[in-house]
Ligand binder design. Structure first.
Ligand code: NAD
Length: 505
């Protein structure tokens, strides 16, 4: 194992204790409480930050409220607002290496993955760029009059899309830069103002992106950032009467709390929650081994299965089942743990002790429910156990009654189950409370399309599986509510107003 460079990187990147960003100023937390954030690869402290109290959240929401009700941002012409967001895109690109390293420092993601993948700063810049492009294209509609108005006058009906207002954005730790962008970009593009709460397990990129937002010229109060855990910070934010919308990415349980809180004042809500996404591998797939590597790669490399859209259930046609298992298990030989700043490291540690215990619990329980362990299980041992590493694990002969097949594990665990035909595959694929993503592997395009239409999930990939900054993203069923990305984001962050103009006189 190479020497861990986590603390050296912290010093090199000049990480300072984090503060709150309210009304254009960096301020200390009123309550005086702080949080130590550790890197899960070593469990060393990488930063301390001030926890925003309920009073601090109140200040942040009031600043965002003032900026929305009285400030220039919602009223700014499209060209100027677009120029500010485009400046932000350039700033993110200029600081790409620093941002990618901060992301590795905050959540232990291997640097190669943080720099190159869909969670890198370049994806965040792409999301801001995409939404900047919408700013001068947000249009309404016109409608003919249906019948004369009560006065007998002819009328012209038209619609406007207006910013929804003050947005509370709450993000998790696993893809912090990309999810920061997915929330903040459409909010700013549509003229909303924002109070963002990053995860207490990943504040560093949010702190730096907040500085870049100010540097780009976003007016004071339009963007505010309040770090802290669910209690007290998150709870204060979702229950604050000054917010108009909550956009949230995270676990199902917190999503339910947000829905309950929103019912008081009918606050708008977008929820991006968990998943148990299937990959469906037919015997006529172009490469069964390739499909196996995609699924096993997602759970054993990069974020090590700690991603909402990872293909964690592999449904494989029986005739190619053994071939799939062999390819999936052989990939685990390429997994390399250790120093997250070593470019050859492939895989992340589990984010915290609570989640580590949960993942190991699934691995211990699965054989007792009848699953067959093909490879992995347990922890690597030795010095690596100073970090929260878990061996990449493959279970075969799993069925839908087992908890490892039904629940989101959020760790390096893949389950495989055989199917007989298209109907059988579809039945198993849809037998889940979730509906975030699905992958279909076949060279029969008509069959691929039939599956894509019948699978109840927000994103279906046929022979490809990725996330694009300009495509709508979200879930069916318990995977969420609403979509973000593309025009769907513009709808999600605006209200439609119908204006009726009397044509008499
Ligand atoms: P989490 O729900 O524990 O935390 C997410 C955020 O919610 C954090 O900022 C946390 O501090 C905050 N929070 C916690 N309690 C709160 C409360 N009472 N009120 C307000 N905010 C509160 O989730 P996590 O462990 O950080 O992330 C993992 C989960 O996120 C998984 O379920 C994963 O599938 C999901 N996820 C979904 C997507 C998606 O786009 N669908 C993307 C990434 C992660």
């Amino acid at each position: 194992m190479t020497t861990m460079t986590v603390l050296e990187e912290r010093d090199r990147l000049g990480v300072r204790p984090g503060k709150l960003f309210i009304d254009g100023k960096w301020v200390d937390a009123g309550g005086g409480s702080t949080w130590e954030q550790v890197n899960p690869a070593t469990n060393e402290v990488v930063t301390t930050f001030a926890v925003a109290s309920a009073r601090d959240v109140d200040e942040a929401v009031k600043a965002a409220r003032r900026a929305f009700d009285e400030g220039p941002w919602p009223r700014m012409n499209a060209k100027d607002r677009k120029a500010i967001l485009q400046r932000l895109v350039s700033l993110i690109d200029d600081h790409a290496d620093e941002l990618n390293r901060l992301q590795t420092l905050e959540n232990g993601m291997p640097i190669a993955f943080s720099s190159m993948s869909v969670v890198s700063s370049s994806m965040a810049a792409g999301i801001f760029d995409h939404h900047a492009g919408w700013i001068d294209k947000i249009t309404g509609s016109t409608y003919p009059s249906y019948e004369p108005a009560p006065t007998g006058a002819d009328v012209q009906v038209m619609t406007f899309r207006e910013p929804v207002g003050v947005v509370a954005a709450i993000i998790p730790w696993n893809a912090p830069m990309m999810l920061f962008a997915q929330k903040v970009a459409p909010a700013l593009a549509t003229g909303c103002t924002v109070v963002l709460k990053p995860s207490e397990y990943a504040v560093l990129t949010s702190l730096r992106l907040s500085e870049l937002i100010a540097e780009a010229g976003v007016p004071d109060g339009v963007f505010n950032m309040v770090p802290g855990p669910g209690d007290p910070t998150g709870d204060a934010l979702i229950n604050h009467p000054g917010i108009d919308k909550v956009t949230f990415t995270g676990s199902r349980g917190v999503g339910q709390r947000i829905l309950q809180a929103s019912s008081n004042r009918i606050t708008r809500v977008t929820l991006e929650l968990g998943g148990k996404s299937p990959s469906i591998v037919f015997e006529d797939a172009q490469s069964v081994a390739g499909a196996a590597m995609v699924a096993m790669g997602m759970v054993s490399m990069g974020v090590s299965g700690q991603g909402c859209v990872c293909q964690t259930r592999s449904l494989v046609q029986r005739s190619v089942y053994d071939e799939f298992l062999e390819a999936a298990s052989s990939l685990t030989k390429a997994v390399s743990y250790g120093d997250p700043f070593d470019p050859s490291t492939t895989s992340a540690a589990i984010i915290n002790q609570r989640q580590l215990d949960r993942v190991l619990g699934f691995i211990e329980r699965a054989p007792t429910e009848g699953a067959r362990l093909v490879v992995g299980g347990g922890r690597p041992g030795g010095d690596l156990d100073k970090g929260n590493f878990v061996n990449p694990t493959l279970f075969a002969d799993v069925d839908q009654t087992m908890s490892v097949a039904r629940d989101e594990v959020f760790g390096p665990v893949l389950v495989a189950m055989p199917f007989e035909d298209e109907d059988d595959a579809l039945r198993i694929a849809n037998d889940t409370e979730y509906g975030l993503g699905a992958g279909v592997y076949t060279t029969n395009i008509a069959k691929g399309m039939r599956m894509a239409r019948a699978i109840r999930a927000g994103t279906v990939g046929i022979n490809e599986y990725t996330v694009m900054p300009n495509a709508p993203f979200g879930g069916f069923k318990a995977s969420g509510l609403g979509r973000e990305g593309g025009w769907d984001s513009i709808e999600a962050f605006t209200e439609t107003k119908a204006v009726i103009l009397g044509l008499a006189g």
